[in-house]
Ligand binder design. Structure first.
Ligand code: NAP
Length: 231
């Protein structure tokens, strides 16, 4: 709230497990500070967060800069997903415009371990084209990227989503699984086996939360088509 008398106001750009952990830690460590997490609003029922939460776009870098000034933000932390490029660019620009201290907390990418069978690709288009005909693919991507794969009529896709999509998926042949990613390799193995998955397509987002499926793929000897991070 404007006019809040606390000296410190930390704005965390979130939407990730790491941002939620950070909010919890800051609320515990800095009881005199206002800790605000910002969410884009893509998930209908986001997991509960410690501290304050605000939801929805700011209106680009200028909108974020206005928010920072109006709310008296004293520290800005970008803890968004490593593939959420626009908000990170906006955060850097808003920090430049306002001069607010700015920190980026990006997860390290996963690195290949013995037993991993990864095909590294640079783009989602390359990932789509690398899927062999007849494959059954766990498409572990955000809903906005699913449409790109609709030309692969020769592939069965398994799509997991937190919320039921408002419109039917544009994929010709698919199974829809509603729920959050499993947090252990054992849970992910059950999914992969239940749907007879032969390949996984995902992006190298790093972090613990999404790693369970990579571990499960290694244990089952399944190939992973991995979209690399670009600089
Ligand atoms: P994006 O393409 O970088 O952002 C698009 C627009 O969404 C931004 O310009 C901004 O709108 C708004 N936005 C994004 N993150 C926001 C936040 N934390 N708070 C307020 N507004 C936000 O982002 P995205 O890839 O769609 O991801 C959206 C959110 O989901 C991010 O917060 C990210 O951490 C989370 N997430 C993304 C992925 C992924 O694979 N990309 C995976 C897991 C979680 P305005 O310009 O209007 O401010």
């Amino acid at each position: 709230m404007p006019g809040d008398r606390r000296n410190e106001t930390v704005l965390i750009l979130g939407g990730t497990r790491e941002a939620a952990d950070l909010a919890r830690q800051l609320v515990a460590d800095r009881p005199d500070a206002r800790i605000i997490t910002s969410l884009a609003g893509r998930t209908r029922e986001p997991a509960p967060l410690e501290g304050e939460v605000r939801t929805g776009g700011f209106g680009g870098a200028p909108g974020l800069a206005r928010f920072i000034e109006y709310q008296g933000v004293t520290q800005l932390i970008d803890a968004t997903h490593p593939f959420a490029r626009q908000i990170s660019a906006n955060a850097a620009e808003a920090a430049r415009l306002t001069g607010v201290p700015f920190e980026v907390r990006t997860r390290n990418p996963w690195t290949k371990r013995p037993g991993d069978r990864w095909t590294d690709v640079k783009t989602l288009e390359e990932a789509r084209d690398a899927i062999p005909s007849g494959a059954r693919v766990l498409l572990a991507l955000g809903s906005q990227h699913i449409r790109l794969f609709s030309s692969r009529e020769d592939v069965h896709f398994v799509v997991r989503m937190i919320d039921r999509p408002e419109e039917p998926l544009s994929l010709p042949d698919h199974s829809l699984v509603l729920g959050r990613p499993g947090d252990s390799a054992a849970v992910e193995t059950m999914l992969l086996l239940a749907y007879s998955v032969t390949h996984i397509v995902c992006r190298n987002s790093g972090g613990k939360a999404a790693y369970a499926k990579i571990e499960a793929a290694r244990q089952l000897g399944l190939p992973v088509i991995m979209v690399e991070r670009t600089a």
